[in-house]
Design a protein around this ligand. Structure first.
Ligand SMILES: [Zn+2]
Length: 241
């Protein structure tokens, strides 16, 4: 069998069977998919390939999945990072975002994040940020899988003026990538303390209609719970339910 790529590795650690380490094995890749796996001693009998990669000191594992992040914020790494969440957000991150964040910022930050993720074995990430189309493009260029959040907050940014505009821009993105094999979308209302009831109700309806998941920060701090009880008479999860 002729395949596109053969990856020889000192150890191959598959997802299943569980707890298995295969010494001196080769993974065969054809048309973007794993075609087969065989011992190094057997590969010449089974495969030829356009490209052969030899990882003589490596363990080859499935790609890692980053389940939550804001890729473009790599450009803000270390900014006021020793403070409580609300102090950090209100007095440092939100002012910095309103000053600096634009399409170019998100493009560059997402490209950097993709490079760092790939270097450390992450091949799929779930993201939530402004100018989400830039992050979707960066993932595409890097050949990564991504779930791109259709972010919604009540307050304006350089990307959108109000919750309705965030939702409209998110839906455009959803349409643009609906047939993509590697970029998926999810609704991403930022948090219970940044999105009011109207947009949350609209998102709940749209998520059900489009069969799209919802990704959200919830219960990050005790302050969030206390503020919710004071403002709505309910804890955040009760209010969302
Ligand atoms: Zn987050």
């Amino acid at each position: 069998m002729h395949v596109d790529t053969l990856i020889h590795a000192a150890w191959v650690i598959p997802v299943e069977p569980h707890d298995t380490v295969l010494a001196d094995h080769v993974v065969a890749v054809k048309d973007g998919r794993i075609h087969g796996l065989c011992p190094g001693s057997d590969v010449a009998r089974q495969y030829t390939a356009d490209v052969e990669v030899r990882l003589t000191h490596h363990a080859l594992i499935p790609g890692l999945v980053n389940a939550h992040g804001h890729a473009a914020m790599t450009l803000m790494r270390g900014l006021a990072d020793d403070l409580h969440l609300m102090d950090w957000l209100k007095h440092h991150i939100w002012p910095a975002e309103s000053r600096w964040v634009g399409a170019e910022f998100v493009h560059d930050g997402s490209r950097l994040a993709c490079a760092e993720m790939l270097r450390s074995g992450t091949t799929c990430f779930n993201d939530m940020y402004f100018f989400a189309e830039e992050t979707a493009q960066a993932a595409t260029q890097a050949g990564m899988r991504a779930v791109i959040g259709m972010i919604v907050v009540d307050f304006p940014s350089a990307w959108a003026q109000d919750a309705d505009e965030y939702i409209t821009k998110g839906l455009d993105l959803h349409d643009q990538f609906r047939n993509s094999s590697h970029v998926f979308t999810a609704f991403a209302p930022h948090a219970p303390y940044t999105v009011s009831d109207g947009p949350l109700q609209r998102i709940a309806t749209l998520a059900e209609e489009l069969d799209v998941p919802v990704h959200m920060h919830v219960h990050e701090s005790s302050a969030e719970v206390e503020e919710s009880v004071a403002q709505f008479g309910k804890r955040p999860l009760q209010r969302l339910a």
